[in-house]
Design a protein around this ligand. Structure first.
Ligand code: 4NP
Length: 161
């Protein structure tokens, strides 16, 4: 059996957006029957929160949307991620710039989350909810959910090539 296709979501702290993207993506892949073929992970470009659980406000937003979160602890992006992952997805433009700097040589694997936003989406990146309120956390989850059908379709296409 082929090794799983590895997707890595990246944000700044790995406590809000990328852990949310990880859980929403894992559920979408499972629902599409790709749960066994795709491995989903997340990390942050910064080290401030290494070892921490996801932000409690993000866990609450995920719970409101019907997701259960497991045992994730924040980790920082590693130089080896460029080699080990198939698709690396920064959540905003600053994350993208930092990933490209840290993982030179892996540019072809890096694509911003906005690439899978639905047509007509007003946001241009996944906005950082850290200094925001409940509605900002809920909107991150909804934006990720709106994007997953397009991402699932692309991964399914890549797996069938
Ligand atoms: P994340 O959110 O990058 O979506 O995990 C943030 C987490 C922490 C901070 C900023 C954004 N911070 O400044 O500590």
């Amino acid at each position: 059996m082929k090794s799983p296709y590895k997707i890595l979501f990246v944000c700044l702290g790995n406590i809000c957006r990328s852990p949310a993207a990880e859980i929403v993506c894992r559920a979408a892949m499972k629902a599409a029957g790709l749960g066994e073929r795709v491995c989903v992970d997340s990390c942050g470009t910064a080290s401030y929160h290494v070892g921490s659980k996801p932000d409690s406000r993000m866990l609450a937003a995920l719970k409101r949307a019907g997701y259960e979160y497991g045992e994730h602890r924040a980790r920082q992006l590693r130089g080896t991620d460029g080699r080990e992952c198939d698709l690396i997805i920064p959540q905003d433009s600053e994350n993208e710039r930092d990933v490209l700097t840290a993982l030179s040589g892996a540019e072809e694997k890096v694509a911003p989350m906005k690439r899978w936003f639905p047509e007509g989406e007003r946001a241009n990146e996944v906005p950082d909810p850290y200094y925001g309120g409940t509605e900002d956390f809920d909107e991150v989850v909804r934006l990720l959910e709106r994007s997953m059908p397009q991402l699932v379709a692309e991964v399914a296409r890549r797996l069938s090539e």
